[in-house]
Design a protein. Structure first.
Lengths: 230, 856, 398
């Protein structure tokens, strides 16, 4: 199973009493995500989708069970180590883009490179290249404030892919976009992740978009069920 | 709305205790620095008042001499005036307590049988003979009454002997009673002591001469009218003054000193107000969202504005409540040094008790409240007028500030140009002109901050997760960072300005000492101070010194306070001029020791010999006198006019100093032995060994024997002490500015939680986030430093070239105390970085999973 | 003295009280010879060798003495039945130290105080004016002459008034002057005595108690012819009349239990002069009494306590001090055929000293034939009554 970029075994996540009255959000989840594979994740609101992504990214630590990211056991790692693993292996795309308003497009894309301490010239170059690929190459120096939602998500996509992560996690990447723009962004997400050789796990409410993955998983009350085949 | 305000504030208190504490502390420090300085400032005058009231509280008029003493035979003339109901003589002497280098007693000799209200209490008070002390006052040798406070402090009880000295004479006083001046005058100095005039005159004075006559007038008599009539009756050798006139004289004497402190406190007010602004601003920016919500729920603009101002006022009140006691403590902490400065330079009355005058409390409250309200006004107006939905966009406020940067900088330029035009055409003629000019320039400084931040931070091209990103983040929050940087810039301006001034002054003084302090050994008495006219050196002692092995020349000096005919006090220094040059002792040549700024040294010495006078620079500047003019002084029998042969640099007094031949002083004013002597030794004589030998031979005598080197270092020590209080102010201002940095960043840590969560999600470690904030604090420090450097140099130029000349009249050669400035710069950066530590440690706790829709 | 009027007064009063206390304590151990007691002061004692004019001058070896002049003056040109103005002039020497002060260093060195009391009573105007001075006898403020000097005693006038108060001895006559412009008191009088001094008590020692421990050296010039000027209201007028000069020199007079005295001087129209005094305790009980009657020729006889009687007739209560003074008296000296009423010329002749707190009644009286006797109401002489120790806590400082 060394080809799996992400492995979850019997992952259970229970919010303790203080934060949700002892609610079990993930209940014995087992999953394997192979390198280069694209999987969609569907489920109703509150079914634990976001939590599953957080666990996968090492942002949250499951109550029980184990999580392996690129061969490293996240559950046994320190916060610092999980952060580094996330930095080096995971690209994140959010529903609300989360771009830094005081930075330019290029700078927003470059932030993960800065954090990692990568060579600044190469990072800049790579950011420009990615932005060009999403059709924003001529606006790399602009402030992000003037962008449309779709453009913002494309920038966010570039940011997620900057360091060529082995795993891209996207939480409803089209949730804030209209259908047409959503499809365009989804096209770019799938295409570019694949081109970069990374695996993709994305959450969506749209059956149409879910169907574009290699596989689909469904979360029902914290349990992972195999969904419609690709 | 009121209940909302109350709830809001409580909420605030509960949820951001640290922030609130820092904000209030900032207001409090601003208030405290004002209260501290003004308390000390008032204290200096109140100390003089307290002393005057304790001794002369009953008097409607006082007669004092144009010279320190005048004939006692004037008393019957005064008593004979139709409106006088009582009048009594006083003798004043400042005596040193042996073995207590810092303790001088202010001895007042009074007529114990005059109707003077001195609250004497003797130990025998409870016995059948309640006031036998009065009998003893005449009969018991050295009978003196001391204050209960001094008695407690020194453990001196009735019957104890106090060894004191006046000039070179050692004397014994016996505590015969206590005199509880504070029963009537709470600010009476503890060092006051009273004794019968007969003994005081014998021990410390001269036969037939007194220092003062206090007069009580008949009810309904008009004191100024009687003063004029009495003045005509007693003649030109004395002045008849009301207590108010005496107070004015004293306040003039202290004017420059007080101004010094006031100017400093003004700067701390400025910085304090800035901190309040920063704190309130920051707190409002933080709660922008809440106000936006209130507005969309239907709150009117006036209501929102009222809410904001109400909160600011509450912060102001808390700050005042904390700041006033804090200021009081700071004032007490600095009491010693300020008091020492007062007594070593200005008057004999040191401050040994402080009060907190209501006016000072009011001033502190005004600074705290108006600062808080003023700080809230602009943002409140801004919030109230804004579209409620726009309030939900976090960076709009900062963008507005960024857009205004150019306009603000233009306004700064306009202020600077306008201020300069005004000052150089008209303002420089006003006594306060220099201060107003400085104030305008300081006002202009913060207006430059947005532009500076924009241009400097705009240059930052972040290529990594480092300082450049910190700079860029500052730029993004211009509104918030602007205030913190401005406060820092003002503080640094003050710090550097004063450091340059003090450094330049010190360097000038050292150069001047090199020229003037040329004798090998200096001898004065323990009781001799600048005010110590009554401290004489015994002629026999002078003979001993003159014939001491190795001594080739002894120079006598006497210092006498006289009045110019315009009422200006002048310190007249009488020098004994040697007739012939001393072979082998070139440093004794008087011409070589005159730091003349106008006149020719050899001609000046010749003129001194023939009765001319040299005047010090401050006197020349203030009285508009120069070579060829005449110095008109009030002599014992009318005007004494002395031709001015030269003007010399002089840093011994900011009032008037003049130098004459000692014979002229004795003949035309008041003959008495000298106060000081300077010894020139034969070439090759070991100075320190001679000093030791003299000390051994004269052990037990109340003399101060100092080598050239010691004297010089002591002069510089007094100088340093004079400016010691500025260090506290500098530290306080820096602390305030640092709080500004803390508050700003703490709020940012909260406000930018989303950004931080994102960075953490993108893989930034906690340490990296911590570093980012530390970098932002340091960046603020650096920006403040940059702007403050310019401001400091400007302020120093103003202080040295304008304010000092106007108020002190000294020539100070500008110098660049590079090492001190460098050290201070490092301190500023370090303090800014330290101020960022707590906010940074809060920021690092941002959780990567916390991103919500509203973030960023 | 504006804010705390008690200040100066307290000081002087205290000093006097101190002197008094010492006197009282020393009273019981007085020596009889001309040797100073342990406190350094010489005690008044019998057998004193009088010598005039030397004894008109100060006696610095004793603690206290006074020059005490009282009299009645008629304005020149006034109708014969007009009431004369009564006056009092006293200079006290209050010794502080029996040693003479060293003559070096300070003119303020003093071994005595000089205190002046002056009063005029103008019955026509119903006005009694009192003025006082208190200075140290030094530094141009006050002093005492030595035998041969013109001045016997002097001091500065009270503040607000130029010049001095003094009693001079010029060619055997006494010149006295006092002035207080703020209170409207002034006189300048020339007093000539036709008779030699009358020694009061045996040999001029006037005992103040039965044991003879306390007492004073005491003489009087009972008939001085006075001419001079006096301020009456706002006028300075020429006056003439009669005065009585008392001189007492002592270190201790009142015994411990004694709190005051009644003293009477009377110049009878028949040429006889009478001096009487009696000392009383706090309860008013008379402790000791003595008197002297002097004939027109100058021969004087002592009057023992049982040879005369003095009964109060009318009391007057001071609105200022609350003290009730007997101001009219019935005086009987049966052995001398004297039975008169002493009627005060004005009830309020109380002197209240602001400087020392001392208060006493010192007033001019007329002697008239009592009702029921032949010629009742006829004037037979004039005199002065001095009452001390009346009112709570009032004990004269001697």
């Amino acid at each position: 199973m060394t080809d799996d970029i992400l492995q979850l075994e019997s992952v259970t996540m229970t919010w303790d009493a203080g934060e949700g009255g002892g609610r079990t959000v993930l209940d014995g989840v087992d999953l394997n995500l192979a390198r280069g594979e694209a999987v969609s994740l569907v489920g109703r609101s509150g079914s634990g989708k976001s939590t599953l992504l957080h666990v996968a990214a090492g942002i949250a630590v499951p109550t029980t069970g184990s999580v392996r990211l690129a061969g490293h056991d996240l559950t046994a790692s320190s916060e610092e180590a999980r952060t580094r693993l996330r930095r080096d292996h995971v690209g994140l795309v959010f529903q609300f883009f989360h771009l830094l308003p005081h930075l330019s497009l290029r700078e927003n894309v470059a932030v993960p490179g800065w954090i990692a301490g990568d060579d600044r010239a190469r990072t800049g170059h790579r950011a420009d290249e990615l932005l060009a690929r999403v059709g924003l190459g001529d606006r790399a120096g602009d402030a992000v404030g003037k962008l449309s939602g779709g453009e913002m998500q494309r920038v966010a996509l570039c940011r997620a892919l900057l360091r060529g992560p082995a795993l891209v996690l996207a939480d409803e990447p089209t949730g804030s976009l209209d259908d047409r723009t959503g499809r365009e962004v989804m096209d770019l997400l799938l295409e570019m992740t694949r081109a970069e050789g990374g695996a993709l796990l994305y959450v969506t409410h749209s059956p149409e978009l879910a169907a574009r993955a290699d596989r689909t998983w469904r979360l029902v009350d914290g349990r992972l069920l195999p969904g419609a085949a690709a | 709305m009121i209940s909302y305000l109350r709830r809001g504030l409580l909420q605030h208190l509960r949820h951001s205790r640290t922030l609130l504490a820092l904000t209030v502390l900032g207001v409090a420090l601003g208030v405290a620095s004002v209260v501290a300085i003004q308390t000390l400032n008032q204290g200096s005058l109140l100390a003089f008042d307290g002393s005057v009231r304790a001794i002369s509280g009953q008097a409607d008029l006082s007669v004092t001499g144009t010279l320190p003493t005048f004939p006692e035979s004037l008393l019957p003339t005064v008593l004979g005036d139709a409106d006088v109901t009582a009048a009594w003589p006083l003798i004043r002497a400042n005596v040193a307590v042996s073995g207590r280098p810092d303790l001088n007693l202010d001895v007042v000799g009074f007529d114990v049988f005059a109707p003077v209200r001195y609250p004497l209490q003797s130990a025998a008070a409870t016995q059948a003979d309640p006031f036998s002390s009065l009998h003893d006052a005449l009969v018991q040798p050295g009978w003196v009454a001391i204050t209960p406070e001094l008695s407690a402090q020194e453990g001196w009880k009735v019957g104890d002997v106090i060894r004191v000295s006046s000039g070179s004479r050692a004397l014994e006083l016996t505590v015969g009673a206590l005199v509880d001046f504070r029963r009537f005058e709470p600010l009476a100095p503890r060092r006051l002591a009273v004794m019968d005039i007969a003994q005081a005159q014998e021990m410390f004075g001269r036969p037939g001469r007194i220092q003062q006559i206090d007069i009580v007038l008949r009810k309904g008599a008009d004191a100024p009218t009687v003063a004029v009539r009495l003045q005509a009756a007693v003649g030109p050798g004395v002045r008849v003054q009301t207590p108010e006139q005496r107070r004015q004289d004293a306040s003039q004497l202290l004017a420059a000193f007080r101004l010094n402190l006031t100017a400093l406190s003004l700067i701390s007010v400025f910085v304090g107000v800035f901190l309040v602004l920063t704190a309130v601003q920051a707190s409002l920016v933080r709660r922008r969202h809440e106000f936006g919500l209130l507005r969309s729920l239907g709150a009117t603009r006036a209501q929102v504005m009222g809410l904001v101002l109400g909160e600011a006022a509450a912060l102001g009140v808390l700050g005042v409540v904390l700041g006033v006691p804090l200021g009081w403590l700071a004032a007490r902490h600095n009491l010693q040094t300020v008091s020492a400065t007062l007594t070593s330079i200005y008057v004999t009355e040191g401050i040994d008790k402080l009060t907190l005058p209501p006016l000072v409390i009011a001033l502190g409250a005004a600074v705290g409240l108006l600062g808080a309200l003023g700080g809230a006004l602009l943002p409140a107006w801004d919030l109230a007028r804004r579209d409620p939905l726009r309030l939900l966009s976090p960076l709009s406020v900062h963008e507005a500030a960024g857009r205004a940067a150019g306009r603000l900088a233009l306004a700064a330029a306009a202020l600077a140009v306008g201020g300069s035009l005004w000052f150089f055409t008209a303002g420089h003629e006003l006594r306060l002109g220099g201060f107003l000019y400085g104030l305008v320039m300081l006002l202009a400084l913060p207006l430059l901050v947005p532009l500076l931040v924009r241009s400097v931070c705009g240059l930052a091209r972040p290529g990594g997760f480092g300082f450049a990103l910190s700079l860029r983040n500052l730029l993004a929050r211009l509104q918030a960072t602007g205030f913190a940087v401005a406060a820092l810039a003002i503080t640094v301006s003050m710090m550097f300005g004063i450091t340059i001034l003090v450094g330049s002054f010190r360097q000038t003084l050292v150069t001047w000492l090199d020229v003037t302090i040329r004798a090998d050994i200096y001898i004065s008495s323990e009781s001799w101070q600048r005010t110590g006219n009554d401290a004489y050196l015994d002629p026999a002692l002078l003979e001993t010194l003159r014939s001491w092995p190795g001594v080739v020349s002894l120079e006598e000096q006497r210092r006498l306070r006289v009045l110019a005919v315009d009422g200006r006090p002048v310190w007249l220094n009488g020098l004994r001029l040697t007739d012939r040059p001393l072979p082998g002792v070139p440093q004794a040549d008087m011409a070589g020791r005159l730091p003349l700024m106008a006149g020719e040294p050899h001609a000046a010495v010749a003129a001194l010999r023939s009765g001319s006078v040299l005047i010090g620079e401050p006197l020349a500047r203030k009285a508009h006198l120069g070579v060829g003019d005449t110095l008109r002084l009030a002599g014992p029998a009318g005007e004494v006019a002395l031709p001015i042969a030269g003007v010399s640099y002089d840093y011994t007094s900011e009032g008037g100093t003049a130098f004459v031949n000692l014979d002229v002083l004795n003949a035309r004013f008041d003959a008495a032995p000298p106060n000081n002597a300077a010894l020139f030794l034969a070439p090759g004589t070991d100075v320190e060994a001679t000093v030791d030998a003299l000390k051994n031979a004269l052990a037990g005598r109340p003399l101060v024997i100092r080598s050239n080197r010691t004297l010089r270092s002591e002069v510089l020590a007094v100088f340093d002490q004079t400016f010691a209080v500025t260090r506290t102010l500098q530290a306080m201002a820096l602390l305030i500015a640092a709080l500004g940095v803390s508050v700003t960043l703490l709020i940012q840590a909260h406000e930018r939680a989303g950004e931080l969560a994102l960075l953490r999600a993108l893989g930034a470690t906690r340490r990296q986030v911590f570093g980012l904030f530390l970098g932002e604090g340091t960046a603020m420090g650096a920006l403040g430093l940059l702007l403050g450097l310019g401001g400091g140099i400007g302020l120093a130029a103003l202080l040295i070239l304008v304010i000092n000349r106007t108020w002190f009249g000294w020539t100070i050669r500008p110098a660049w105390p590079g090492a001190t400035l460098g050290l201070q710069a490092v301190v500023v950066l370090a303090v800014a970085a330290l101020a960022a530590v707590y906010p940074a440690s809060r920021a690092r706790l941002a959780r990567p999973g916390q991103l919500t829709r509203d973030d960023l | 003295m504006k804010r705390h009027p008690q200040g100066g007064m307290m000081i002087a009063a205290a000093l006097l009280a101190a002197a008094l206390a010492c006197a009282a304590l020393a009273g019981g151990t007085a020596t009889t010879g001309p040797k100073p007691a342990a406190d350094g002061w010489l005690r008044a004692a019998p057998g004193y060798a009088w010598s005039f004019p030397r004894d008109h001058y100060a006696h610095p070896a004793h603690r206290t003495e006074w020059w005490y002049l009282t009299g009645h003056l008629r304005e020149e040109g006034a109708p014969a039945d007009a009431e004369p103005v009564a006056f009092q002039f006293t200079l006290f020497r209050i010794g502080l130290d029996p040693q003479a002060p060293p003559a070096v260093g300070s003119a303020w060195r003093a071994n005595a105080l000089v205190m002046g009391h002056a009063a005029t009573t103008d019955p026509a105007a119903g006005r009694h004016v009192f003025s006082e001075t208190l200075w140290r006898a030094a530094a141009g403020l006050g002093g005492f002459g030595a035998p041969g000097d013109t001045t016997l005693a002097w001091c500065l006038a009270p503040p607000g008034t130029p010049g001095k108060w003094a009693i001079d001895l010029v060619d055997g006559a006494f010149d006295v002057r006092a002035r207080d412009d703020q209170r409207g008191l002034r006189f300048d009088l020339h007093c000539v005595s036709a008779t030699p001094p009358v020694l009061q008590g045996p040999g001029g020692f006037s005992p103040k108690d039965a044991q003879g421990d306390a007492g004073s050296l005491y003489y009087s010039l009972p008939r001085l012819a006075v001419t001079g000027m006096l301020r009456r209201g706002d006028r300075d007028v020429h006056v003439s009349g009669q005065a009585w000069l008392d001189r007492e020199v002592f270190t201790s007079t009142l015994g411990p239990a004694q709190t005051g005295w009644d003293w009477v001087s009377l110049q009878l129209d028949d040429g006889r002069d009478l001096m009487l005094y009696r000392l009383h305790a706090a309860d008013g009980r008379v402790d000791f009494a003595l008197g002297t009657i002097t004939g027109p020729g100058g021969a004087s006889t002592s009057l023992a306590a049982d040879a005369w009687s003095l009964e109060p007739l009318t009391h007057w209560t001071s609105p200022v001090t609350g003290a009730a003074y007997p101001v009219d008296w019935r005086l009987r000296v049966p052995g001398a055929g004297i039975d008169v009423e002493l009627r005060t010329v004005l009830a309020d002749q109380e002197n209240v000293s602001a400087r020392t707190g001392v208060r006493y009644w010192e007033g001019g009286v007329r002697a008239v034939v009592p009702p029921g006797l032949p010629g009742a109401g006829a004037a037979v002489g004039r005199g002065f009554v001095e009452l001390t120790g009346y009112g709570a806590g009032s004990r004269p400082p001697v």
